[in-house]
Every structure is written in C-alpha cells, then in structure tokens.
Design a protein around this ligand. Structure first.
Ligand code: MN
Length: 199
C-alpha cells in the first residue's frame, strides 16, 4: 500500500516504539492541528496540520512566535498519521527521533485562503487561524525553497491581528503539555530513572 505515510512507516520499527503506525483517514470537518515539543538530537517543535486525512508536518527548531516580526524556520518533514497528534511519551533509544515528546499545544484550525489547503500546500503559501490553548490567531507558512518536498524550507510567521504579541512567548513561559501537564524535563527525568533500573 502506497500512501503519503510510507516514509513515516519506513523510518520506524513499531515493535520497538509506541508511536502509532496509523492509516490515512477521511478528512474531518473541523481540521485539527498539534504542536509537539520533541527533544530529539536537537530540541524542536513539530507543527502538524490535518490536510487530506494525514498530519502534514514541519519541524520548527525555535517553536512558534506570536510576534509578526519574528519569522521562524520550519522544515517540512514526512506526513504523520492522524493518531500521532495525541502521542506523548518516549521514543526509545536507537529508534528514529529517540527522545521525549509532549503535546505542547493542540486544537482546530481554519483555512483563511479561498483555495483549498492542498492547493495552498502545493503553492507554498498557507494562511490559517489556529484555535489553540497557547497559540491562537492567524499564522502564515511560506515556502522559501523551490522544491515541494520533504525537507523543503518554510517560514512560520504570525500574521498581524489582535492576537499578535511582541513579548508574550508561550514557548518559554508555558512549557507544560496540554495533555498531561508534564514538561520535557519531567520526561527526561523519567528516562534517567528507567536507565538506572536497567543497570
Ligand atoms: Mn520531531
């Protein structure tokens, strides 16, 4: 079976990681988004938008900014299954993306453009309104590299609206998961305890 989740599955051994194998879904009416903080080799925030029954994904090293003057680099990564948006926990050592993941923010979103999300994605210009707990308001994702492919470079930019803010920075002031209340630090502590037990 070939789908946009093929790359996602190839990179993972589902006997070893608790991440979901997943399958392509029918698109829901209220489009979902998630931002997962992921302490892999380098810390980053995975921004995922439901488009066409999968979670289209970008890795944003510094996380989203509420300041329209601050453009954040976003690198496109492989599509993830819909189920992935609730994944929180530890990707085991030696597996792809090893390290803790938390559901840093989640909610629904609205397409602000009068073309479909798929067309926006292809054109390299997305404008959306995010209804999250920490991230709320209009955002743009703009492709800066030519290729429409995995690893293409984009910028995540807060659009100017009443929810824009020059100083408010939930990335530093609200580190806890909206799912469990745990922080990446809490999960790292747990990893250390598990490693001690193995010795
Ligand atoms: Mn990641």
């Amino acid at each position: 079976m070939s789908s946009s989740l093929t790359t996602y599955r190839k990179k993972r051994n589902f006997k070893k990681t608790k991440e979901p194998a997943g399958k392509k879904r029918v698109s829901s009416k209220r489009l979902k988004f998630v931002i997962q903080q992921h302490a892999a080799r380098a810390m980053h925030y995975d921004v995922r938008l439901e488009i066409g029954g999968v979670m289209v994904s970008w890795a944003v090293p510094k996380g989203p900014s509420l300041n329209p003057a601050t453009k954040r680099l976003a690198i496109m990564t492989e599509d993830h299954p819909m189920e992935y948006r609730t994944f929180e926990g530890i990707i085991p050592k030696g597996e792809y993306g090893a390290g803790p993941v938390i559901v840093w923010d989640r909610g629904t979103y609205k397409n602000l453009r009068d073309v479909s999300m798929k067309a926006s994605l292809k054109a390299g210009r997305i404008e959306i309104f995010l209804y999250g707990k920490k991230v709320y308001g209009a955002f743009a994702l703009v492709r800066t590299s030519a290729a429409d492919a995995e690893k293409s470079q984009w910028l995540l930019i807060k659009m100017r609206d009443e929810y824009a803010h020059a100083r408010k920075n939930p990335v530093s002031t609200q580190p806890e998961s909206v799912k469990t209340g745990k922080t990446i630090k809490d999960w790292k502590k747990k990893i250390k305890e598990m490693e001690k037990k193995e010795k």
